[in-house]
Write a new protein. Structure first.
Length: 183
């Protein structure tokens, strides 16, 4: 079963074999200023909103945030970021949030999004007991991806912090740091 979501990655349930069962060797590392042009190009190829160059530079310089890039055979195949909100914006609490993740369209459903998410969650859980994430209720691919880390719905609203949702409904999701995860 394949569902197309408005502007989101095509959704195929876990276990899909569209790309085969051979995930590529992926290196996840912090993004650098030199990566910004590649990130912007990847966003455009993926049909996603392309952030301003200066906004990306500020995000990289912010010690309360993490931006990571995925590399496969010397080519950037994805990237992801975190956000930190110092103030609550009811019902969304202050804290560390997973931001967007984008994977090169030809590399989707091969574990790159999961590797980017794992790296960002490890970074957050070194700093906080809870990781937060907001998502459009129609983004089934993202929701399915995040279930493996124990994310559960906390609230629904048209807006959380600075994110407004197409269609007007977003989910606020929370995953506590696993007890088995060592600091």
């Amino acid at each position: 079963m394949r569902m197309t979501n408005r502007g989101f990655a095509d959704y195929e349930p876990l276990g899909s074999t569209r790309h085969g069962n051979h995930p590529p060797a992926v290196e996840i590392r912090p993004a650098t200023l030199g990566d910004v042009p590649r990130i912007l190009q990847l966003q455009e190829r993926a049909g996603r909103v392309v952030p301003e160059f200066d906004a990306m530079v500020r995000a990289l310089a912010d010690e309360q945030r993490l931006t990571v890039a995925a590399w496969t055979d010397g080519v950037m195949t994805g990237w992801g970021k975190t956000h930190f909100y110092a103030e609550a914006d009811a019902p969304a609490p202050a804290g560390h949030y997973l931001g967007g993740v984008t994977v090169e369209p030809s590399f989707r459903r091969r574990g790159i999004g999961a590797a980017l998410t794992q790296a960002r969650l490890e970074w957050i859980w070194q700093r906080a007991g809870d990781a937060w994430y907001v998502v459009n209720v129609d983004n089934h691919a993202s929701i399915d991806l995040h279930f493996r880390w124990g994310f559960v719905e906390v609230a629904r609203a048209a807006r959380f912090h600075t994110t407004e949702f197409t269609g007007g409904v977003g989910l606020l999701m929370r995953a506590p740091r696993p007890e088995s995860w060592a600091l």
